[in-house]
Ligand binder design. Sequence first.
Ligand SMILES: Nc1ncnc2c1ncn2[C@@H]1O[C@H](COP(=O)(O)OP(=O)(O)OP(=O)(O)O)[C@@H](O)[C@H]1O
Ligand SMILES: [Mg+2]
Ligand SMILES: [Zn+2]
Length: 508
Amino acid sequence: MYAKVNSMGLFGLNAFPVDVEIEVSKGTPSFEIVGLGDIVVKESRERIRAALRSCSTQFPLARVIVNLAPADTKKTGSMHDLAIFSSLLLINGIIDDDLSRTVFIGEVALNGDVRSVNGVLPMTLTARKNGVERIFVPKSNAHEASVVDGIKVYGVDNVSELIAHFSGEKQIVPEGEYVVTEEERRYSGDFSDVRGQQTAKLALEYAAAGGHNVLMVGSPGSGKSMLAKRIPSILPEMTFEESIETTNIHSISGMISPEHPLVTTRPFRAPHHTISSAGLAGGGTIPRPGEISLAHNGVLFLDELPEFDRRTLEILRQPLEDKVVTVSRAAGTAEYPCSFILVAAMNPCPCGYYGHPTKKCICGEKAVHTYLSRISGPLLDRFDIHVEVAPLEYSTLRSDTPEESSESVRQRVQAARKRQNRRYEGTGITCNANITADKLNEFCPLTKEASDMLEKVFSSMGLSARAYDRILKVARTIADMEQCEVIGKNQIARAVQFRSLDRKYWSR
Ligand SMILES: Nc1ncnc2c1ncn2[C@@H]1O[C@H](COP(=O)(O)OP(=O)(O)OP(=O)(O)O)[C@@H](O)[C@H]1O
Ligand SMILES: [Mg+2]
Ligand SMILES: [Zn+2]
């Protein structure tokens, strides 16, 4: 006897169909799973035998072979359990439905419970693309699968529910359509919580508007972490496509909660400075996404930047340019998107008070230098905007003038993004920060005065070519905020200002 049930496999972000073929023949009773499965797949046998017992269903007294096809693709994890289980139900005659457009995903526990698995969203998306009409998933993943429309999602808590469903005893009610609530789009902190810091706020507004990386330098307690945390709240609202992209990455990392199956707010990832290269960029035996990919479409915040391992930071350079990272391991190579705004914060010296107006820095000249030199020139150059976060005056802290809300800042950011989208339509450029070198002159026209000024600054400040590009892009963003197509002198001047910290701290 032969039967076939559909399952889905996953490698990196790529979901692929897996056929679970079962053949039952006469002979010494046995149960074998073949088809390049890992140890977890092999152990599936024991789970399924026990689960069948849990619902008093007979295991065939025969030679049972399950093949996972295609046989040349590695299968990992326990997500095929439910499909293997269902194939036995087909053999037993408990299921007599047409299963050609049905997929089963889920781990089966010894007591028959159906346990959640990672990556349900990318698997459901691919299933729908391949014409699948209904999908059975663990109940705790059902909300996540319901994000995909055009496919009926059945959440299963226990295998006995599945049996009851197919025997007609009790139908499982399919998941309702998923709707994003306003609540789910809200951020926990608001820009208006931060008092004063007008320059820093302006810098972050420009960063959000043009997708620029920012470095904040300031003494302890000046509000750097507080400001960084609030950047997602001034970024444009996530589009559905962006939500899906980010959710896919969070889904395969097992970071989706049943209550919030779709990532609807821009991620803010703040890894600790002890993080490994693999933790940051991705890795593991099965290549997993790292923090840079978890931050996709949002913000990656590196607090206390000089404390990070230098080699770990150098790894960032390529993904920052390419917006995608390739993670290679023995088990294969996976590609993960990683388009994020890099925000870093640091003190100006080990004690934190170098350049402070009232407190005295106790670090020696050499200690300050060693500290700062942990940030390499090329990495420093990757921050389009450098901003000093000044210590807060007592009067500002106590003042009761209301601060501008994130929503209000976001309106301007969104308008500037709209201008950019119109300008870059069909070019593949997504925002000013991503203008390619060959398009820089075309998209950043300068007035005569602006061009003269930039020339002067270039030679007097000894700018690197990369720093020059960055200034031009930030000036492009400032002009966009002010609805100017041609960049003026004033806008160049402000962009230059946001690149002057490296001279203050790093050129000594
Ligand atoms: N501008 C501000 N408005 C309101 N509260 C502030 C402001 N700046 C700092 N604070 C208060 O001080 C606390 C410390 O700020 P925060 O952690 O952001 O400082 P930091 O610059 O990151 O310091 P460190 O260098 O020590 O990390 C905040 O939690 C907040 O309560
Ligand atoms: Mg901090
Ligand atoms: Zn110091």
